[in-house]
Design a protein around this ligand. Structure first.
Ligand code: G3P
Length: 474
């Protein structure tokens, strides 16, 4: 077992206490990370604030060079990081590598976008819009210290999708990885440390939620928070912080709506992928399927057949389903199944567990009175709701407390488009399961799914403010 140190105040430190990180796969201790204290957090923010004044004065090119040096160091650790990720969050190793590569692409695209759209000011000349005697120069300025909090399910992508834009535009960063995923967080910090990133520009704070969870949010030196994670914590952040920009990506209950005119085999494949990738532990996973009653039996049979072919087991093997992140996640998922069964739903297959693994579970005859109709399972469960009228589906879709994404499957694109326009959600996908990517798309949610926009250009925007200088003719 390794003790991992973390980057704070320009140094890799161990801290007086540590948190042991175990693998959800076999419960074996993988390593420890420092359990930082409130005192550490106070001084990290003081240093990050001081570092901001010099970091923002570097030229864009100088900051880009630091990010490129980081990228090089990061790539040279690809295997180590992917393997630790597989151990730490039980994501299939292939998906860990894909996340790694997607993140490299994300970094490149963010640098390109920054160069093209953020370095030069927007200029509003006097001959435009009939403005007389005025010429406005509108610059993008950094905000100060950005607090980036990432979730367990994308410890690389959703961490660096916050850190990179924040640093590029001239902010300094306090980064809090999810506890399960914090070894990966310390490795990100180490790669920055090795590239000799100036003192305190990035700080990776690891620690117990009970000790520093609220404390990192409350500090007065935080100028912006970008958070991805649970609804409760998101709401807590929103209630504790006013007058600073927040981007909150919280949960989702993305529904897939299947019209009666589809190619059932194709749609079943897409739903399976959308619902079960990383064992359903994605905010954009399909978490409810509305299917027209005329084709429901066929779709369910097709899904059942596909589920039979799924491989279940170790994240280091070529499998589809791996253990859930914790016993409490498994317990929650099972409680939703039990509630549905009690209220009349039918388990078609699955509902078997082994340690942290939940076998992919297909549930038919789900009704809106059941918890699983509106609660986020974050587990490999596909709840099926049979419908007669699309207006009924639209009503219930829009009644959901979440509003991240949704998908419609139909061979009639115009019809799908008309329905998509009526659905109240961040994004509606036609003939594909919901997903955040490609990362150049804006990504946002409404209601309990959060607010603010992510995606390359929007992440950069969210971490800057506009500063205008207006020349007036005298
Ligand atoms: O759960 C995090 C959310 O951002 C999902 O991303 O890429 O799996 O759609 P993705």
């Amino acid at each position: 077992m390794n003790d991992y140190n973390t980057l704070i105040k320009g140094k890799m430190v161990y801290g007086e206490n540590k948190i042991i990180i175990k693998s959800p796969f076999n419960n074996i201790e993988i390593g420890s990370v420092p359990a930082l204290t409130k005192k550490d957090i106070d001084s990290v923010y003081d240093y990050a604030k001081k570092a901001f004044y010099s970091w923002k004065e570097l030229s864009p090119q100088e900051r880009i060079e630091y990010i490129n040096k980081f990228k090089k160091e990061f790539i040279s650790n690809r295997d180590l990081i992917a393997r630790i990720m597989a151990l730490e969050i039980a994501k299939p190793i292939k998906a860990c590598y894909s996340e790694f590569d997607r993140t490299i692409e994300y970094i490149d695209q963010t640098i390109e976008c920054y160069k093209k759209e953020f370095i030069n000011p927007d200029i509003v000349k006097e001959n435009i819009h009939g403005i007389k005697g005025k010429e406005g120069y509108f610059f993008r300025e950094p905000l100060g210290v950005v607090l980036a909090i990432s979730p367990f399910n994308y410890p690389l992508n959703l961490s660096l999708a916050k850190i990179i834009p924040a640093l590029l535009v001239g902010n300094t960063v306090v980064f809090k990885p999810a506890t399960q995923g914090s070894i990966v967080g310390t490795l990100i910090g180490k790669c920055f440390f090795k590239t000799k990133l100036p003192h305190s520009v990035l700080n990776v704070v690891t620690g117990k939620g009970s000790e520093i969870g609220d404390y990192i949010i409350e500090n007065n030196n935080v100028n912006m928070i970008s958070f991805t994670g649970g609804v409760d914590v998101g709401k807590k952040i929103a209630s504790k912080k006013s007058m600073i920009p927040l981007v909150l990506e919280l949960g989702g209950k993305d529904a897939g709506i299947v019209l009666e005119d589809v190619d059932i085999k194709e749609v079943a494949k897409e739903i399976l992928k959308g619902a079960l990738d990383y064992s359903g532990q994605r905010c954009t996973a399909i978490k409810l399927v509305y299917v027209h009653e005329k084709i429901a039996d066929k779709l369910i049979n097709q899904l059942k057949e596909l589920i039979k072919g799924l491989k279940i087991g170790s994240p280091f093997d070529d499998v589809d389903i791996t253990p859930l992140i914790s016993q409490s996640s498994l317990k929650w998922a099972k409680s939703l199944i039990d509630d549905a069964v009690k209220k009349g739903a039918k388990v078609v297959c699955g509902n078997i567990s082994d340690e942290n693994i939940l076998f992919p579970t297909l549930i038919d005859k789900v009704k809106h009175s059941m918890l699983i109709f509106d609660e986020e399972q974050f587990a490999p469960i596909i709840p099926i709701v049979r419908y007669k009228e699309i207006d009924w589906v639209i009503k219930y879709f829009n009644n959901s407390k979440f509003g991240l994404q949704g998908s419609i499957f139909s061979n009639d694109e115009d019809k799908a488009w008309e329905i998509a326009k009526k659905l109240n959600s961040g994004t509606i996908n036609i003939n594909k399961s919901s997903s955040r990517g490609p990362d150049i798309f804006p990504f946002s949610g409404i209601k309990d799914s959060g607010f603010g926009v992510q995606g390359i250009k929007w992440a950069l925007e969210s971490m800057t403010r506009i500063k205008g200088i207006v020349k007036n003719k005298i």
